[in-house]
Ligand binder design. Structure first.
Ligand code: F6R
Length: 616
């Protein structure tokens, strides 16, 4: 949450404001309620900030034209203090010489603020961040240099931070520090250095990157970085690595085609991303699989869409002969699992690898109960990867749209691969069945491609659903994961109230809301639940519901009792149907997108949300 982008360079005639604004726009998915830039300009700090989205704030080039040599910007997702101008970052100290941006939460900010107020500091915002500026101001006044002032300050602050600090009197460097909030550095050796919350922000400028670790502080000079440990104070020798993914990842174009929104561009990436996921070397899964099979109790945890992927995955792993897995929402993990038995294992799923609740669950299981951690993560080098014994990186690549879609599809695919590798290594299902499942999994890439080609029907149904205020999603078994994902997407990007229920649960309460015209979406692949689903469709129809069903291309029975159907070209085999979550969820993700744009909304940046939820 919140995006940070900073630049220091020795290149002449650099348009610093414009470069920072462009970097912030590439990070806007992390928060978009206010933004600002501070730069050092001939011994003073120039500051421009406002509430609203960057494009509006920058009308007439207001941010682009800020004069200065180097500086930092921030795009905010409000936690402490409303999204108004005085709470927007950067924040300045009392002297106006120190500028700071921050991502994270200072947990003890109230105590620190009280002390600072008593010592006469003038606070201009309601944020937790501002305590940093005044603490640094005090350490500078005591004679510490800027780096040591930042070190002393972060030692006093409890919580999470990615911070960038500039000082009007130090025109040749700036300082960054990190703990539990992401901060990455980009370098053009000898020329420019960038700092950002995420790599795509500087990808058009450089591919040389360093991922700052927890409790590290760095001095950034043009094209040069010095990294120190906050506690031991020692200089570290860290070399940059080359970012392998393409610049396309951070842009709205794909294979030369320009898309209007990241969400639809990323949905078009799904077929290729599944293909890449299926092709990862099988031996990469072995450590992960062994850890699962060696554990006495296995949990799986995640939030939001990643949790729904986890639900599909736990089912697949058990079906393939792996252990039964307990799924627990990461935000509930500490409260619902008061004790973990010896030799427990937690599988954590996360696109960003930075979700605070997921990290809390993992650290609790690991530090308190000595559990092993296996994680499936999309972002290389993210915090979750550092707390894990085994990591499987998904092939989705950078996901910019706030609502997850391609990450979900690759997470489900990765979990299915783990199930199949367990089956292979432990002979839990026959070799022939493993082969059939693998073929079915690989075919989901082609099926999603086909769905994209035949998207007309999904658009048509989107048109019929767009004006409803409430929609139910019903499914049984593994398809529930697709229904939950579809319901969440529609809620997020189209602001329609949705609920996803196990179809059998509906008559235990939810059916009370059904009256003439109430829309119900059934996810009904022809699996072992099919006949029971027919009964559930009939229960809804006979009470006046309008039934929309996701069915196979050859379906007859549910089609005959539904008002509308979307037909998925599954392969004609039990194994293909068992692998139906990704195609079914993909249809629903596309549908949510079409409804969002038909309603004139912004599908990339739903209100009140941000990608990478780094607060609990
Ligand atoms: C939904 C969505 C969120 C995330 C959730 C977990 O479209 O994007 O529900 O899935 O915030 O985030 P990660 O996967 O980064 O841990």
């Amino acid at each position: 949450m919140c995006g940070i982008f900073g630049i220091i360079s020795n290149k002449s005639n650099l348009e610093v404001g414009k470069l920072i604004r462009e970097g912030l726009e590439r990070l806007e998915y992390r928060g978009y309620d206010s933004a600002g830039i501070a730069v050092v300009n001939n011994g003073a700090i120039e500051l421009r900030k406002k509430s609203g989205r960057i494009a509006d704030i920058n009308k007439n080039g207001w941010l682009d034209s800020i004069p200065g040599q180097f500086g930092v910007g921030h795009t905010r997702w409000a936690t402490h203090g409303k999204p108004v101008q005085h709470n927007a970052h950067p924040h300045l100290d009392c002297t106006g010489k120190i500028g700071i941006v921050h991502n994270g939460i200072v947990e003890n900010y109230q105590d620190l603020r009280k002390e600072l107020l008593l010592r006469g500091h003038d606070f201009k915002s309601d944020t937790d961040t501002e305590v940093f500026t005044h603490l640094i101001e005090e350490f500078i006044a005591k004679g510490f240099d800027l780096k040591d002032s930042v070190i002393q300050t972060v030692k006093k602050c409890r919580g999470a931070y990615g911070v960038v600090v500039i000082h009007a009197d130090t025109p040749d460097y700036m300082i960054v520090a990190r703990k539990e909030s992401p901060l990455v550095l980009g370098i053009i050796p000898g020329e420019s250095t960038y700092c950002a919350s995420d790599i795509p922000a500087f990808l058009p400028l450089t591919r040389e990157a360093i991922i700052l670790d927890d409790d590290e502080v760095a001095i950034l000079k043009p094209g040069e970085v010095e990294i120190y440990g906050v506690h031991e104070g020692k200089k570290k020798n860290i070399s940059p690595f080359e970012v392998s993914y393409s610049i396309d990842a951070a842009q709205k174009s794909l294979d030369g085609v320009q898309f209007p929104w990241y969400m639809i561009k990323e949905l078009h990436e799904v077929p290729q991303k599944i293909k890449e996921q299926v092709q990862i070397p099988q031996t990469d899964l072995d450590g992960f699989c062994k850890a699962i099979m060696d554990a006495d109790h296995v949990f799986i945890t995640a939030a939001g869409s990643s949790y729904y992927a986890a639900l599909a995955g736990k089912f697949q792993i058990t079906r393939c002969g792996g252990p039964y897995i307990d799924a627990v929402l990461c935000s509930e993990f500490v409260d619902l699992v008061p004790k973990l038995s010896k030799n427990s294992l937690v599988i954590a799923i996360s696109q960003s690898g930075e979700t605070a609740d997921t990290i809390e669950a993992v650290r609790y299981a690991r530090d308190k109960w000595n559990a092993k951690i296996c994680s499936i993560v999309n972002v290389v080098g993210s915090s979750l990867t550092r707390y894990s014994d085994h990591v499987l990186i998904t092939t989705a690549g950078p996901e910019i749209a706030v609502a997850s879609q391609k990450a979900f599809c690759t997470q489900v695919t990765a979990l299915s691969l783990i199930g199949l590798r367990i089956a292979e290594l432990h002979n839990t299902i026959s070799k022939n069945e493993v082969t059939m499942y693998k073929e079915a999994l690989a075919a989901t890439s082609k099926i999603t491609q086909q769905i994209l080609v035949e998207q007309g029907k999904i658009k048509e149904i989107a048109g019929k659903l767009m004006d409803f205020e409430n929609v139910y999603f019903l499914a049984r078994g593994i398809s529930s994961a697709a229904a939950l994902e579809g319901a969440l997407k529609l809620k997020e990007v189209a602001y329609i109230h949705t609920e996803a229920y196990a179809a059998g649960e509906s008559k235990h309460g939810p059916i009370a809301l059904i009256e003439d015209g109430f829309p119900v979406i059934f996810v009904s692949p022809p699996d072992e639940t099919y006949d029971r689903m027919i009964g559930n469709v009939m229960e809804m129809k006979s009470r006046g519901a309008v039934v929309y069903s996701i069915v196979s291309a050859t379906d007859e029975k549910i089609t005959s009792i539904s008002d509308y159907t979307i037909r998925i070209p599954f392969l004609d085999s039990k194994y293909a149907i068992d692998t139906c979550v990704v195609p079914c969820a993909f249809v629903l993700q596309l549908m949510a997108y079409f409804i969002s744009i038909k309603k004139g909304l912004d599908p990339d940046k739903p209100r009140n949300l941000a990608k990478s939820v780094t607060v609990k």
